[in-house]
Design a protein. Structure first.
Length: 297
């Protein structure tokens, strides 16, 4: 492998994705533990060296990181950019307190909204990546994940955003609630679409609708795969009802894991909105690369 001149790090709660870079060219990829599993600064440094150690020489290696590595529970807390503003400001990066002199790591800031209060870390870099590739985009970016973000973009700035905890609710309900007893591992697209329609139409009755999944399963009227798919649809449909003002009549770009963005694309298509899908990892890397090219420090 050629020698990298910098390293891109997308360091979220559950995973670290690292790319050895030479300019804008990817030389190698690696992965490691997420920020949530690392208790202190020494653990972060040890984990990083375990992932990128083979890419280092004796000289200090420039590294740029985004995500929960910069949270209050991360390696070092990075600031928040205000809203509205551009999603990228390399001058606001903070340096990680690494002991190994080969590590020259700086962490990009997140974004904060004052009212209603909201924050994001990592998603702003994905938005910056989308804008780097599509500078004329004007509309709404939806970033489904554990905590789904809906961000309104105008003139290259994030002018407002809102978070929905749909992904975390699905995880909790499907694995820790009474509904877990009827959940399968497969997927039923028809059941998902029925759930989306039901969830959006009857969002105010969501709490009652959820238990029908258990009851129908016990009565033999709902297969485990259909139950899991309909649960996902119910929650996403209720989210779309709550976020109607964000996507209705808007140009929507979806950023995230392909399987999840495909579900949101299908749900939005049922409402007549043909959203475009973008891979979350690719957008993070595009945003980090943009920060690298703009960094003058």
């Amino acid at each position: 492998m050629s020698s990298p001149d910098w390293i891109a790090l997308d360091w979220g709660s559950t995973n670290l994705r690292a790319h050895a870079m030479q300019g804008t060219t990817i030389l190698a990829e690696a992965s490691g533990p997420g920020a949530a599993s690392l208790p202190d600064a020494m653990a972060f440094e040890f984990a990083l060296l375990g992932v990128v150690g083979d890419w280092l020489s004796d000289a200090a290696m420039p590294m740029l990181a985004c995500g929960m590595v910069g949270s209050r529970q991360g390696w070092i807390e990075a600031p928040y950019l205000p809203t509205p503003s551009a999603p990228l400001d390399p001058s606001a990066m903070v340096r990680a307190p690494a002991r190994d002199p080969r590590i020259d790591l700086r962490i990009l800031p997140g974004m904060r909204q004052a009212s209603p209060a909201d924050v994001m870390r990592g998603e702003e870099t994905q938005i910056a990546g989308l804008l780097a590739l599509h500078p004329d985009f004007d509309g709404v970016v939806a970033l489904p994940g554990t905590h789904n973000k809906w961000a309104r973009i105008s003139a290259g700035e994030v002018v407002g955003f809102q978070t929905a905890m749909t992904g975390e609710l699905f995880q909790l309900l499907s694995t820790q609630s009474v509904l877990r007893h009827g959940m399968g591992e497969g997927w039923d697209e028809a059941a998902f679409e029925a759930g989306v329609t039901e969830g959006r139409r009857d969002a105010e009755r969501l709490m009652a609708r959820l238990f029908t999944l258990r009851a129908e399963g016990l009565a033999g009227e709902l297969s485990p795969d259909a139950a899991r798919s309909r649960l996902s649809g119910l929650l996403i449909g209720a989210e779309l009802a709550a976020m109607r003002g964000w996507w209705l009549g808007q140009d929507v770009a979806l950023i995230g894991a392909p399987t999840l963005t495909a579900r949101y694309a299908a749900a939005l298509a049922l409402q007549g909105n043909e959203a475009r899908q973008h891979d979350g990892g690719a957008m993070s890397l595009a945003g980090l690369t943009k920060a690298r090219t703009e960094d003058r420090s």
